[in-house]
Design a binder for this molecule. Structure first.
Ligand SMILES: [Zn+2]
Length: 254
């Protein structure tokens, strides 16, 4: 149940959305379920669906710098055709001061474009060492596996490069190549450099990628699981990030 209108050309819509006035700024969410790299790291990813199969969602997201807490962070329940408790809560916020108005504006649901990708690896740029994590059994693993790219239309340099690559390539298919993404800086100083690699073969089955990441409707549903909407009158749902490492294979040079 991806949010799509069959009468709208998805690529024309995406281009229009990118050129819309910028409403707010922000960073990618940090859940392991979503693609995310730190300052000084680079990643090699392969889009698992073509750009015109993006999933469009709306998200409430507001981080309070004073309490260091997310005041709002959920998919808008309207995406599922339900009444949204977060919309109601946001509209009930005060708006007497300039600051209050700003919070209210930023906490309202805004648009995201979501695309599944396979993360081959993450490498520290300086040392060229692979980034790893340690699991509950104290085993060390490379950071790798399927992820969701969650991109804001007006501010994502990754979306910019995916779109220009889509437009420039004869096949109009971004899933035929890998992309190198490098991050420098933190917070609002963050700069992402995105470089499309030459086309290469990629077999999702070889990487044990769960079917949820290969189907547009299922991508919508795992997004909802990771970022649960608050439906009016329903029990609160706890986020269920389905981060998985898939199978570790030989990683292309990048
Ligand atoms: Zn909402």
């Amino acid at each position: 149940m991806a949010v799509t209108d069959p009468t709208v050309d998805p690529m024309a819509y995406l281009e229009e959305a990118k050129n819309r006035k910028n409403e707010n700024t922000g960073d990618f969410t940090a859940r392991p379920f979503f693609f995310s790299i730190a300052d000084g790291q680079k990643a090699l990813i392969r889009p698992l669906l073509n750009l015109n199969a993006y999933v469009r969602v709306h998200k409430h997201e507001y981080y309070d710098n004073t309490s260091k807490k997310w005041l709002f962070r959920s998919q808008c329940a309207k995406d599922l055709g339900q009444e949204c408790q977060t919309c109601i809560d946001v509209e009930a916020l005060p708006e007497d001061t300039k600051e209050e108005k700003k919070i209210k504006r930023q906490a309202r649901a805004s648009e995201r474009f979501v695309l599944p990708a396979y993360l081959h690896a993450v490498v520290e740029v300086k040392s060229n060492k692979k980034v790893t994590y340690t699991d509950m059994e104290q085993q060390e693993h490379d950071v790798s596996g399927p992820r969701l790219l969650e991109m804001k239309p007006q501010t994502s340099p990754i979306l910019d490069k995916l779109l220009t690559t889509y437009q420039a390539s004869e096949s109009h298919d971004i899933s035929k190549r890998d992309f190198k993404i490098e991050r420098a800086g933190v917070g609002i100083e963050t700069v992402y450099t995105v470089e499309p690699k030459d086309p290469s073969t990629f077999d999702p089955a070889f990487h044990d990628i769960p079917v949820e990441y290969l189907d547009r409707d299922l991508v919508f549903s795992i997004y909802s699981d990771a970022c649960p909407p608050r439906i009016v009158g329903a029990e609160p749902v706890v986020a269920q990030p389905k981060s998985t490492n898939g199978a570790i294979r030989d990683i292309p040079q990048f």
